[in-house]
Design a protein around this ligand. Structure first.
Ligand SMILES: C[S@@+](CC[C@H](N)C(=O)[O-])C[C@H]1O[C@@H](n2cnc3c(N)ncnc32)[C@H](O)[C@@H]1O
Length: 226
């Protein structure tokens, strides 16, 4: 979970405005077809940027976040996202009520990830999709040893064992520390399997240049509730 109290979230999000590396999310929206009857959850909504993308495509969005600061930022933004303070592992919604759950860069921050995935599956209607993005498990298992495009990438510990993965983000001088968990891909696959969701697509986007062309920063995945 990211630091909450006192963190300069507004500054962080202002500094990262305009970053939209969300191809699978946008593709999923296009493929599913957007309409006012489509209800979506933005799981771990943060200040609501993913929800705003969905809203602009005609979805009615309910944001969910466990951090009061995030819910406040989402609901008080100039384009507000309705959001509730709740744990993703205990969603305050009825079974089958939603057509789409988007967990964009949030499941790796959740202590009870399998329970959150199970809850996403519970609130999805049949044919509904879970779209998620996480730091790529190879990325979160190791680190580059230098900044150059050919820098060696080292996994000093274990890929297969879960473990803490802290990230320091420095965006235009605004620094935030995220306390996340590294999990191998199998952990996510097992959570989806346990929740009865079927993986439809996986994407490993490449950075346009530099060292992140060789190791994907994120893994994006779409699963369906049959
Ligand atoms: C890295 S932020 C991503 C925010 C947003 N999805 C985005 O793309 O900008 C992860 C978010 O997950 C939230 N979060 C962490 N654990 C949670 C939980 N158990 N239930 C709900 N939200 C949680 C954090 O408070 C944080 O806002």
């Amino acid at each position: 979970m990211a630091d909450d109290g006192g963190a300069d979230w507004a500054g962080y999000y202002a500094a990262s405005a305009g970053r939209e590396p969300r191809p699978l999310l946008l593709a999923a929206c296009q493929e599913l077809g957007a309409g006012q009857d489509r209800l979506a959850i933005d799981l771990g909504c943060g200040e609501g940027r993913t929800g705003r993308v969905l809203q602009s495509r005609g979805y009615q969005v309910a944001g969910v976040d466990a951090a009061p600061t995030m819910v406040r930022l989402a609901t008080s933004h100039e384009v507000p996202e309705p959001a509730v303070l709740a744990d993703a592992a205990a969603l305050p919604f009825r079974d089958g009520a939603f057509g789409l759950v988007v967990a964009y860069m949030s499941l790796h921050d959740m202590d009870r990830m399998p329970e959150a995935v199970a809850e996403a599956a519970r609130v999805l209607d049949h044919g509904g999709r879970l779209v998620l993005a996480i730091p790529h498990p190879v990325n979160s298992a190791g680190s580059f040893q230098a900044r150059g495009a050919d820098a060696p990438f080292t996994i000093a510990g274990s890929y297969v064992d879960p473990g803490p993965a802290d990230w320091v983000m420095d965006r235009s001088g605004v620094r935030l520390t995220f306390h996340s968990e590294h999990r191998p891909l199998e952990s996510y696959s097992r959570a989806l399997e346990g929740a009865g969701l079927l993986i439809e697509a996986i994407r490993e986007p490449r950075a346009p240049d530099g060292r992140w062309q060789r190791i994907p920063l994120s893994l994006q995945l779409r699963a369906v509730k049959p």
